[in-house]
Every structure is written in structure tokens, then in C-alpha cells.
Design a protein around this ligand. Structure first.
Ligand SMILES: NC(=O)c1ccc[n+]([C@@H]2O[C@H](COP(=O)([O-])OP(=O)(O)OC[C@H]3O[C@@H](n4cnc5c(N)ncnc54)[C@H](O)[C@@H]3O)[C@@H](O)[C@H]2O)c1
Length: 344
């Protein structure tokens, strides 16, 4: 296959590209290299084999049309995005232009050039908003949603919160609608917290990697809220498996939108993650507590049954194993992270 990965120099994109190369596919990475760590990810990809880099911006519709006008693709993994809620609040226009308009540009480039790839869009659980209709309970020192013990299903009402939620949510709906109206072979993954090596976690985005970096380097971690908030976390290799399975399965799919995360078996509280990092490192991590941040969900867990059934897929890497691999990667590259400086 020939695969186009927008945002292919980022965390998920680079992992998708690496797997594609390993599987013998022809990989084209399109990225504007705006995220810290992208050049480092490209060096890593070059060490694994050959791929093509197109340095371009998804806001540039002509660049996308030019690329798709001359190269045919069997699959497009659309990862390029402005990824932080906080940044979207500070600059909602820029967020909209990259996430909503950038996605429309990708879809239009495919439509206008008459290509027929499988298109997989990395949407987000944020499209379900605060889930105010579901009561939150506390049990065993963590928050839970007793009404949905298997997690939040795809039938939950859409409720976009924050400019990021709106821009990704709009893109999610366009991607689905381009299948309805134009017959594009699109699939939407509403992803929960993905973590693993090559994630340049910062306090605002990529919290699992951020915690691992702080823990490994002896920096204190600030917990906003009480640390009992729960997320279902998914190791990046498991996500990558799903993308490649989905390309194969697309002709047989009955539905095309999937909640994707670790599911109820890989649901962990922030404090539990810190406990596992401490176990792995054999020492305590310094914690500071601060006020809840506006819009922070107490608990989000994906119901991944639809993805399990459609793709004969399940997460294979346990949270402990995944955190161990992430810590090992951070440890091997301490100097890179030390260069970024400890938090104030
Ligand atoms: N990591 C997660 O936990 C998670 C969860 C839900 C959804 N997602 C989605 O998955 C996708 C990948 O996330 P990630 O964690 O790998 O983020 P990332 O920031 O590591 O990767 C995004 C990549 O997109 C590139 N990019 C940004 N703006 C661009 C533009 N205008 N044109 C071209 N390239 C651009 C960046 O340089 C970066 O390489 C994003 O769409 C994100 O919204 C991620």
C-alpha cells in the first residue's frame, strides 16, 4: 500500500509511519513540523528505513491537492492537528483553521482528485463533552460512571466543549458526512488518552508522557483536582494495530465511527498511574495539588466493544507494561527532556 500520514512526524503519526515501513508499505509523511520533537521523530524514522517527507501545512489546500493530484494513496491517516485544549482557548481561530478547515482540505483534496483511499481520522472523546447526563460516583478512591460500566458508547450525544472540542467535532462530522454524500471510504476513531514512546508530553497535552518524564527526571508533578479522575489509556502500539486492521476491514464495516481507548480494563486514575510509575522507578514522585481546571471531566472511559467486534481487536499492552516501556524510552533520552527544563 501507499499510505499518506498527515501529522506523520508527531507522536501517533510517527508510530504509524514506523509500523507502515516495517510492514513494507510506501509511507509518505506530511507535516508542517510545528510540534516540538518532530525533527527528532523524523531522524528516528530515517534510522528505520525510507519514507518520503512532504513538509506542508494542512491549511494549504493547494499543497494537498497538488500532492494528491500526482500520487495515488491506498490509505490516508489524518493525524495533523492542533492538539491542546488550552491552546485552542487562547487562539480559537488558529485551532479552527488547522483542525476543522485542515480536515476539510484533506477531504476535498481526496474528492477533487478522484482518489479512493481508506481515510481514518483521529477524532477525540472530547466530542462527548462533559457527559452531564451521566451521574458520577466515587468508589475505591476513584471516579466512576455507574450507568455505563462498559464505558461511553458511540451513541452518547455529541456535545462539543471548548474550541478544540468544536474544531475536532466539526471535522469528525465532516469526515462521516463525506462518506454519506460523496462515498469516500472514511472511518472516525474517537480516541481517548493514547500514550507511549515518542510522545512529547507537556502539562497541557499528553499527560501520561508528561507524568513519566517528570517522574523519571525527578520533577514534581502538579495534579489539578484530587487525582481521582479516571481515563482509559491505550498504548500507542495497540492503536497502531487498530489503524492497520481498519484499513483491511473497511469494505466489510457496518458502522464507521468507533470509540477507541483502553476501555474499562485499562481505566486508571491519575494517582494510580503515579503509583505505577513509583513502583517502576522504586522511589516516590513529588506531587503538588492545584484547583480543578475548567472543563476537566471527572471520568471518561470508552466503550470499545464496537471496535473489538469490527476489527477483532483488543488492547494487548497492560498499563503497567506500557508505562514501563514509556519510562525506558524517557530514560534512554534523558538529555532531550532535561533540555526542556523543569516546570516552574
Ligand atoms: N495523543 C492522544 O492522546 C490523542 C487523543 C485523542 C485524539 N488525538 C488526535 O490524534 C492526532 C495525533 O495526536 P498526537 O498525540 O500524535 O499529536 P502530535 O502533536 O504529536 O502530532 C500532531 C502532528 O501534526 C503536526 N501538525 C500540526 N499542525 C499542522 C498543520 N497545520 N499542518 C501539518 N501538520 C501539522 C505537528 O507538527 C505534529 O507532528 C491528533 O489529531 C489528535 O487530535 C490524540
Amino acid at each position: 500500500m501507499r499510505i499518506l500520514i498527515t501529522g506523520g512526524a508527531g507522536f501517533v503519526g510517527a508510530n504509524l509511519a514506523a509500523r507502515g515501513m516495517r510492514l513494507g508499505h510506501e509511507v509518505v509523511v506530511l507535516d508542517n513540523l510545528s510540534r516540538r520533537g518532530t525533527r527528532w521523530n523524523l531522524e528516528w524514522l530515517r534510522s528505520l528505513g525510507s519514507f518520503e517527507l512532504v513538509q506542508a501545512d494542512v491549511r494549504d489546500s493547494a499543497a494537498l491537492r497538488d500532492l494528491l493530484g500526482v500520487r495515488r494513496f491506498d490509505a490516508v491517516f489524518h493525524q495533523a492537528a492542533q492538539v491542546a485544549v488550552t491552546t485552542s482557548v487562547a487562539d480559537p481561530r488558529a485551532d479552527f483553521e488547522v483542525n476543522a478547515l485542515g480536515t476539510l482540505n484533506v477531504l476535498e483534496a481526496i474528492r477533487l482528485t478522484g482518489q479512493d483511499p481508506v481515510v481514518i481520522f483521529s477524532s477525540t472523546n472530547k466530542v462527548y463533552g462533559e457527559l452531564a447526563q451521566l451521574d458520577v460516583a466515587q468508589c475505591d478512591g476513584r471516579y466512576a460512571l455507574p450507568a455505563v460500566p462498559r464505558g461511553v458508547p458511540e451513541t452518547a450525544p455529541l456535545d462539543f466543549h471548548s474550541p478544540y472540542g468544536c474544531s475536532k467535532g466539526a471535522a469528525d462530522q465532516y469526515v462521516l458526512d463525506y462518506r454519506r454524500i460523496y462515498g469516500l471510504r472514511t472511518i472516525v476513531f474517537r480516541q481517548s488518552c493514547i500514550y507511549g514512546p515518542r510522545q512529547m508530553g507537556v502539562e497541557d497535552q499528553g499527560w501520561v508522557a508528561w507524568f513519566a518524564i517528570c517522574a523519571a527526571l525527578g520533577w514534581p508533578i502538579t495534579i489539578y483536582g484530587d487525582g481521582r479522575q479516571v481515563r482509559d489509556v491505550l498504548y500507542v502500539d495497540d492503536l497502531v494495530d487498530l489503524y492497520y486492521r481498519a484499513v483491511e476491514a473497511e469494505p466489510r464495516l457496518l458502522s464507521t465511527v468507533f470509540n477507541v481507548g483502553g476501555g474499562s480494563e485499562q481505566a486508571v486514575s491519575l494517582l494510580e498511574v503515579i503509583g505505577m510509575l513509583e513502583d517502576e522507578l522504586g522511589r516516590r514522585v513529588a506531587l503538588r495539588f492545584a484547583d480543578w481546571r475548567p472543563g476537566d471531566q471527572r471520568v471518561y472511559v470508552s466503550d470499545i466493544d464496537a471496535a473489538r467486534r469490527a476489527f477483532a481487536w483488543s488492547p494487548r499492552v497492560s498499563v503497567r507494561e506500557g508505562l514501563g516501556a514509556l519510562l525506558a524510552w524517557v530514560g534512554e533520552h534523558r538529555t532531550v527532556f532535561e533540555g526542556a527544563g523543569a516546570p516552574e
